[in-house]
Ligand binder design. Structure first.
Ligand code: 5GP
Length: 121
């Protein structure tokens, strides 16, 4: 899948759309989800143009991958999510329900999150 420069997270990275930023370094930007599904719901995105976690893992440099996951770890520590626990989700494509085609992980916490998946209908 070709990267679409008009996706909303690309616009946030370029500063064209505002976000409630919680973290930024050379590798990653993290901000509050606009429609939180838990008391803490943060999106962490790499600075590079990757469509999904699969694209990121296949094409990103080792430095980008390390930097991204170090950021995830730092954010969860800074937001004091680690003691009580939290969930990390990366949706991919149609079956995964991915809405925004720029790789991102959801960090969710602040309450017990329940079963990992809803039962199939
Ligand atoms: P996905 O379904 O692609 O894994 O998740 C995309 C997430 O991006 C959703 O949870 C949605 O609420 C969030 N989102 C969509 N548009 C915006 C936006 O403009 N700003 C922020 N902060 N989050 C957004």
């Amino acid at each position: 899948m070709t990267y679409d420069d008009t996706n909303i997270f690309a616009k946030i990275l370029r500063g064209e759309v505002p976000c409630k930023k919680v973290f930024e370094d050379d590798s990653a930007l993290a901000f509050h989800d606009i429609s939180p599904q838990a008391p803490v719901h943060i999106l962490v995105i790499p600075k590079g143009k990757y469509v999904s976690i699969a694209d990121f893992g296949a094409k990103a440099s080792s430095a980008e991958i390390t930097g991204f996951y170090r950021a995830v770890s730092k954010i969860s520590a800074d937001l004091q999510m680690q003691d009580q626990g939290f969930r990390v989700i990366a949706n991919v494509g149609l079956n995964g329900g991915q809405e925004v085609p720029h790789f991102h992980v959801h960090l969710l916490g602040g309450r017990k999150l329940g079963p990992m998946l809803a039962k199939a209908a």
